[in-house]
Write a protein that binds this ligand. Structure first.
Ligand SMILES: C[S@@+](CC[C@H](N)C(=O)[O-])C[C@H]1O[C@@H](n2cnc3c(N)ncnc32)[C@H](O)[C@@H]1O
Length: 343
């Protein structure tokens, strides 16, 4: 189940829950009994896309534009796909401000990629608001992740700068081989492959699925649903606003300071109580928690859920992609699911 083809359409999102969907939907009541599924922290979209495939009407939300784009392209959109013409259009010369080249080159992107991305972003920004625009944006996000070693934005000296200066022999670490290949590959060829992957994720579940771009509390106050899934950021793990700062600035077209979400602060878990209060009208809750948070947080979270719902906790072991996780990390890779059901 975790290797479903439609997952290839998603960006390589940090903290993505592709590996957990089986466990999550084992606990969720089926769409026939609980037709509306809410995903309060959409992220890379794995859980919402799975819910869509299982026939729920999906209402998803994320405060970040990078995730909203995924929701527009893959959750709301039931039919529209990317074509070769869409890809060709991204290469038509367009007037642009050279923002990416001026700010992120060569530390993050090589000149040829920065030039392409500046041009393509100008073309996509000028498009009418609709599924095509968001599919194109998702394609560009996936291309950015594809170009970045391990889809991360760090280590300019280990890869990008020597690559820009054509000192490939300096890139000693063999883990960068895939990145060298990606950087040298013709851009249209890479885009065509990524577009195929995106198209494989577009399905029609005969529902009007919706994505919101709100703070979680506003989202919960606006919707009616039968089940809600919560996968919030936690203190002690990478903050999304910092990890994806470059991407967020590219999507916004301007430089700004990263502002850490309240959930990533030291006492972030406290904010979850406000979230739970705002979700009292939704009968079933499913909450994810990674083991990085530790035993104390787990107990606190169980107690918090227990105030509103009858709660049950499940421990799930799974494996990360070997290249990204150390063996030590692998060994203690587990995740908890807390299920809250009406008493
Ligand atoms: C752990 S990720 C979700 C991962 C997702 N389940 C997946 O499978 O890819 C948490 C998400 O919460 C979002 N977020 C942070 N603060 C938020 C807030 N106040 N309201 C809504 N979303 C928020 C972040 O942008 C991030 O995408």
């Amino acid at each position: 189940m975790a290797n479903l083809r439609f997952f290839d359409a998603l960006p390589a999102y940090y903290g993505g829950k592709r590996k957990l969907v089986k466990a999550i939907f084992k606990e969720a009541p089926p769409a026939a009994q609980a037709p509306v599924f809410a995903d309060a922290f959409l992220g890379g979209g794995a859980v919402s896309v799975m819910a869509k495939a299982l026939g729920y009407r999906v209402l998803c939300n994320d405060i970040a534009q990078r995730s909203y784009i995924v929701g527009k392209a893959l959750v709301e959109n039931n039919r529209v796909k990317l074509t070769d013409m869409d890809i060709n259009r991204l290469f038509l010369p367009a007037e642009n401000d050279g923002f990416i080249q001026a700010n992120f080159c060569p530390e993050v992107f090589l000149t040829k990629h920065a030039e392409f991305l500046d041009n393509a972003m100008a073309i996509v920004r000028a498009m009418d608001d609709g599924p095509k625009k968001y599919l194109n944006l998702l394609l560009l996000i996936k291309y950015v992740f594809y170009l970045r070693p391990y889809s991360k934005f760090s280590s300019p000296n280990a890869f990008n700068i020597p690559m820009e200066e054509r000192r490939i022999e300096w890139i000693k670490n063999r883990t960068y081989h895939a990145s060298i290949k990606a950087a040298l590959r013709p851009i249209p060829e890479s885009l065509a492959e990524l577009a195929r992957a995106i198209n494989a994720g577009i399905m029609d579940n005969a529902q009007e699925n919706r994505v919101f771009n709100l703070d979680v509390l506003d989202f919960l106050s606006k919707i009616k649903a039968d089940v809600v899934y919560f996968d919030p950021p936690y203190a002690g793990t990478l903050a999304y606003e910092e990890e994806y700062h470059v991407l967020d600035q590219i999507l916004d077209g301007q430089v700004f300071e990263a502002k850490k979400s309240e959930f990533s602060r030291k006492d972030g878990i406290k904010f979850l109580d406000r979230v739970f209060q705002a979700a009292r009208h939704i009968p079933v809750w499913i909450i994810s928690m990674g083991n990085a948070q530790g035993q104390n947080d787990l107990v606190e979270l169980q107690e918090m859920v227990g105030r509103y719902r009858q709660s049950q906790t499940y421990r799930i072991k799974y494996k990360h992609i070997p290249a990204v996780a150390t063996e030590e990390h692998q060994a203690k890779n587990e995740e908890y699911l807390i299920i809250g059901r009406p008493r």
